[in-house]
Every structure is written in structure tokens, then in C-alpha cells.
Design a binder for this molecule. Sequence first.
Ligand SMILES: [Zn+2]
Length: 212
Amino acid sequence: MPSFMVKSRWSDQTQQGGGGGSGEDRVRELVTTKAMVQGSIGEQSGLDPLGIDPATLGYYTEGTRLDGRATIDYSLYGNEKGVLGITHADGSVGINPEAFADDAVLRAVVAHEDVHVGQIMSGNFWYNGSAGRNAALAVNEVQGYRQSVASILQSYADRPELAGYLDGQLEGLANNLEKLQGTPYFRQVTTWPYNYNLASSDQCPPTACYAK
Ligand SMILES: [Zn+2]
């Protein structure tokens, strides 16, 4: 059975509220824990230093496109952007230990990265640039977050901080897309018949992006 030990970043931020002096302590705690975690890779037996049972990831990825390609990426722990999962061009996926905060968070992250692996498989993965400037990347991300929402829909009402995070991501992407209305990709995904296929010039070449 899965085990959950690491508190999610989202809860941390929510619980800290607007309070004053704890920021430094929080940074110190993160840095210390990160050093401890990274220094301990390779000597794990059973639970890892964060208390995560390595079997948990397999439990959640079984039957998904992440099966056999996802690993816990300890270098993501405490990253400033709050990235919880990352899909690489070669189809491998890294999951931040912080994504093991609880069932809903891990489910949402796996669902999101699963979409990206599917995008690589179908030649619709845009991996350059930023979602604020590129409609295809923004749509890639919208599809990922929509799947995250779908994966935890039953617990949405019980998880206001997680739901708020995902809604916020989608809202940000919608705002980005609004500014990209004039771009060809925006037009093709919003004009009937909707077409999500990237132009071949925008596709990640199979030599760089592959997920067999
Ligand atoms: Zn994504």
C-alpha cells in the first residue's frame, strides 16, 4: 500500500498565511532536508529518507503510460518553482518527493505527466519556450491540468488547497492563451474542426522526443 509522509508545498503555503518571521526558518528547513535527502540516495533500504515507500510510485503508475518510465527525482525536492513532476523529451518522467504528500496530489501529478507522455507519443509535445509565449505549449499544459482535475474530481470539494492550485494553473494558462489569440495554433484549436496537431515545424523531432 502507498505511504505518504512529505507535506505538500501547497499546504505549507496555505498554512503559513501572511505571517512574518518564519520564512527564514522555512528556507533553512528545506535546504537541510534537501541536503539530507540528496546525500542519502543509494543507501536506501525499504523506506527512503523522506519516508516514502518506493513501491508507492509503482502502485500509482501501474496501468498508466508512466508505468516503467517514472522515478522519484530527489533533485526536484524543494525546487523554487514548485515543480512536482517533469516529463523529459526521452519519455522518462521524474516525480518530486513532495508529490507524495498524499493520495490526491500524487494522483494529480501522475495524471498530468501521463498526458505529456501521450503528447510525445502522438508527436504533439512542445518542449521549447514558455507557456506564456507559445500557444501549443500552453495547450499541452491545459490538457495536463485538465487531466489532473479529472483524476481527483471526487475529492475536489475536500481538497480546497489542491483544487485552488489546479484552478489557478488553468486560469493562468487561460490568461496566457487569451494573449495568444492571434497565433495560428490558437486559431486551429478554437476553430471548427478543432485540430490539436502541431505543425511539423513545431513538433519535437522523433530523434529528440520519443517514448516507445
Ligand atoms: Zn506539464
